[in-house]
Design a protein around this ligand. Structure first.
Ligand SMILES: NC(=O)C1=CN([C@@H]2O[C@H](COP(=O)(O)OP(=O)(O)OC[C@H]3O[C@@H](n4cnc5c(N)ncnc54)[C@H](OP(=O)(O)O)[C@@H]3O)[C@@H](O)[C@H]2O)C=CC1
Ligand SMILES: CC(=O)[C@H](N)C(=O)O
Length: 247
């Protein structure tokens, strides 16, 4: 029986954007938070917040991750870490970008969940979040591999709930629209990023964190299996027409 006084969460991709906001929100809500990311500088800064336990780690390092989580009793797992590969048509993508996107956005989330889930099931309680995307539920041009990684996350989260029925462990997919973060830092130039965020007022990372806190606070018999959080002005889907010849 664990003697820990506070519930324990782990947030991947905790050094920036959505993951950082979620980490700080969970600390405010009384959790200790294992904040995972590669940036030691930002992790060090985050320790000024009571409850943050920094874990400097590359999620693709399976052995290091398993060693770091040994003996930890994690009550809430937020699979949030993710990258946006270069924006462009699939035929122009480098294989390395394809591999890295799937590795970080999908495989790492599954590996982390596989390490944490047995303890949750043994304790008969826990919550696993996956930061998905509208791009996993509708086709976005020039980000086919990114969308595929998020579609896989959506499918996995839903199927995982089937396996977990009766276990007391809850699963939530966060379907986020445009959130103002550094996600596009490598995919777009600074001007292009500024233009993108000027079109409509984006969701802020703190908005996603607030919604996650609300979902977590639901009674144990209630599972918000998915929440979509988009800018009011952003729609997804709808008829888009290819430019050029109308075939
Ligand atoms: N911003 C948006 O519009 C949307 C974002 N999302 C998703 O939200 C999630 C968070 O992204 P967001 O906050 O926007 O972007 P950021 O780029 O601000 O944050 C990404 C986080 O992922 C971490 N990360 C990336 N690669 C690795 C790795 N190999 N090992 C460990 N950590 C890693 C980064 O940490 P570090 O660099 O320190 O390693 C960073 O903390 C992603 O999954 C993204 O796909 C979904 C929909 C919309
Ligand atoms: C990057 C995303 O996943 C997001 N859906 C967006 O619209 O930018």
């Amino acid at each position: 029986m664990s003697m820990k006084s506070k519930p324990l969460a782990m947030v991947t991709g905790a050094t920036s954007g959505i993951g950082k906001a979620i980490s700080l929100k969970l600390c405010e809500d009384g959790y200790d938070v294992i904040a995972l990311g590669r940036s030691t500088t930002i992790l060090a800064e985050m320790t000024s917040h009571s409850g943050v336990r920094p874990l400097a780690l590359d999620l693709t390092d399976r052995e290091a991750l398993a060693a770091a989580l040994e003996g930890e009793e994690i009550d809430v797992l937020v699979n949030n870490a993710g990258i946006m590969p270069p924006i462009g048509s699939f035929d122009k993508m480098a294989q390395s970008d394809i591999d890295t996107t799937l590795e970080v956005n999908l495989s790492a989330a599954l590996s982390t969940t596989r390490l944490v889930l047995p303890g949750m099931m043994a304790r008969g309680r826990g919550h696993v979040f996956f930061t998905g995307s509208t791009a996993g539920h509708a086709p976005f041009p020039n980000m086919a591999v990114y969308g595929a990684s998020k579609a896989a996350i959506a499918s996995f989260a839903a199927a995982l709930r089937c396996d977990l029925s009766g276990s007391g462990v809850r699963v939530t997919e966060i379907v986020a629209g445009r959130v103002e973060t550094a996600l596009y830092r490598d995919a777009l130039t600074a001007d292009a990023r500024a233009d993108m965020y000027s079109v409509f007022q984006a969701v802020q990372p703190e908005d996603v964190a607030a919604m996650l806190g609300t979902v977590l606070a639901m009674p144990a018999n209630v599972d918000v299996t998915r929440f979509d959080i988009l800018p009011t002005a952003q729609f997804v889907g709808g008829g888009g027409f290819a430019k050029g010849n109308r075939t």
